[in-house]
Design a protein around this ligand. Structure first.
Ligand code: UD1
Ligand code: CA
Length: 489
């Protein structure tokens, strides 16, 4: 015996008002349908069938990586009709589980509980008690509280409409019986649809009992029909993630202001996360890591004792033990920082290795570089790694000191313990242990006078002796090296 899971995903989703199929809308960067699929993977010996709608080709293409059989339901004639599309894949001995592709937060544990209630003499139904059951099929019970049928909202009478136990749509039963019941469905109802829910009454007629289970919360079985519901379930999901993190020993300054759009492959102890931090992809985070507010951390590996200050972005990068990043730092793909590295504000690092103890504290771009240990890179240093076509490498050896506002035009190597004078444009390899600088000599012009505006001359309001506007009284030979003097309005 095995489990055949049929995920219904053929609905139009018109209330999303979207060009995209409803089940491709995402919670935590993952399609609704993928959430459902992944939950189903917690069940052993399970084969998944996805019923998609006419025009749902993009759903199939987008999620083609899922290990599932895709079955098209050309016309959406109802939930019963949808299940019928997959029934020839079902063997008599199988247990069939029906899930909805737009109910993303269902828990594997709830499915397990449901499946335990299926037998040759019982059908299992997941129900939910609601303050306002409008829109839901109602669970009709007899005086002994046994379920006798489900009646859809549109087919319900006054008394039935008062029932606040709703059908979640999620159920499980035996293959042999399901085949029989589906073959007997009719669309003789208010919506002229083949209702899957009609099998409940047939099961009771056939002498089966209907075993019900309730979900752990209403949110677990809520479907997404519009963007308001999507946003609601996103927050529900995020609060669940926040609670899981706190249970694992992570401090969250505000569990309502964190987003986990992915997972953690490693998570140390006593991590402290300030507000508005977004984790994406797969992150590995060591112990005693502090993450400041408004950071985005994606596919990162962050070792122990690291401090990430406010407004930093780390993507596909790694940070060694005891390093300090930010505020306002950006580590781009393949930035690999060793231990005790300091990266300060407005520093961007891409595809570069930085060895231990090095500091790049202010306003720099380091790309395609290899930086040794205990290197100090001054403010405003730029590696010029790109000629518009090719990328070139900058190598800075151990102990080098790069003066502020230096451009390192790659390919170039700065030798061990070399010092580069501030403001240099380095185009050739620089020798170890020496000072290298490239700068025009500083000049002062003692005879030069600052130009003044005409109006100031007329009013006699001049700081210096009156001159005509523009440059005057300076040797013609020097004029070219002086700033252009234009009076501004
Ligand atoms: C259905 C149930 C109702 C339950 C409610 C819970 C039936 C007849 N009614 O009603 O008892 O309370 O869900 O939300 O089953 N779908 C297809 N093909 C179709 C029709 C639907 O794949 O031809 C899919 C939809 O994409 C959706 C699911 O089945 O994922 C439910 O369909 P929907 O139209 O939302 O059913 P409801 O009328 O809400
Ligand atoms: Ca629905």
């Amino acid at each position: 015996m095995s489990i055949k899971t049929i995920i219904l995903a053929a609905g139009q989703g018109t209330r999303m008002r979207s060009a995209r199929s409803k089940v491709l809308h995402e919670i935590a960067n993952k399609a609704l349908l993928q959430h459902v699929y992944e939950t189903s993977q917690a069940i052993d010996d399970n084969r998944v069938f996805i019923i998609y709608g006419h025009g749902g080709e993009t759903v199939k293409q987008t999620l083609s990586q899922l290990d599932a059989t895709w079955i098209e339901q050309r016309l959406q004639l109802g939930t019963g009709h949808a299940v019928q599309q997959a029934i020839h894949h079902v063997e008599d001995a199988d247990t069939v589980l029906v899930l909805y592709g737009d109910v993303p937060l269902l828990k594997a544990q709830t499915i397990q509980t449901l499946l335990k209630k299926v037998s040759a003499t019982s059908l299992a139904l997941l129900t939910v008690t609601l303050d306002d059951p409008t829109g839901y099929g109602r669970i009709v019970r007899d005086k002994d509280h046994a379920v006798i049928k489900i009646v859809e909202q549109k087919d319900a009478n006054e008394v039935e409409l008062q029932i606040n136990e709703g059908n979640t749509g999620i159920l499980a039963c035996k293959g042999k019986q399901l085949k029989n019941w589906l073959s007997r469905l009719s669309n003789n109802n208010a919506q002229n649809e083949y209702y899957l829910t009609d099998i409940i009454e047939m099961a009771v007629e056939d002498g089966l009992t209907v075993e019900t289970t309730q979900a752990t919360s209403v949110d677990e079985v809520l479907g997404v029909n519009n963007r308001i519901q999507l946003a609601h379930l996103e927050r529900v999901y995020q609060l669940e993630q926040a609670n899981l993190l706190m249970e694992k020993g992570i401090t969250l300054r505000d569990p309502n202001r964190i987003d986990v759009r992915g997972n953690f492959a490693e998570l140390g102890q006593d991590i402290d996360v300030d507000v508005n931090v977004i984790f994406e992809g797969t992150n590995r985070i060591g112990s005693n890591v502090k993450i400041g507010p408004n950071c985005v951390i994606k596919n990162a590996t962050i070792a122990d004792e690291v401090e990430i200050l406010a407004n930093s972005i780390i993507e596909d990068a790694s940070v060694g033990t005891g390093s300090r990043i930010g505020p306002f730092a950006r580590l781009r793909p393949q930035a690999e920082l060793a231990d005790h590295v300091h990266i300060g504000n407005f520093v961007e690092i891409k595809k570069s290795k930085v060895a231990s103890g090095s500091k790049i504290n202010h306003l720099s771009y380091i790309g395609d570089s290899e930086i040794g240990s205990k290197v100090n890179i001054g403010a405003g240093t730029i590696t010029c790694n790109y000629d518009g076509v090719n990328k070139f490498k900058t190598i800075i050896e151990d102990g080098a000191f790069i003066g502020s506002d230096t451009q390192l035009v790659a390919p170039v190597t700065v030798g061990k313990n070399a010092t580069i004078g501030a403001g240099s444009t380095i185009t050739k390899d620089t020798p170890a242990e020496q000072l290298t600088l490239s700068r025009t000599k500083q000049t002062s012009v003692p005879t030069w006078q600052r130009p003044v505006k005409q109006a100031e001359i007329v009013s006699g309001n001049t700081p210096h002796s009156a001159t005509a506007p523009g440059v005057a009284q300076s040797p013609a030979s020097l004029q070219s090296s002086l700033p252009t003097c234009k009076s501004e309005k």
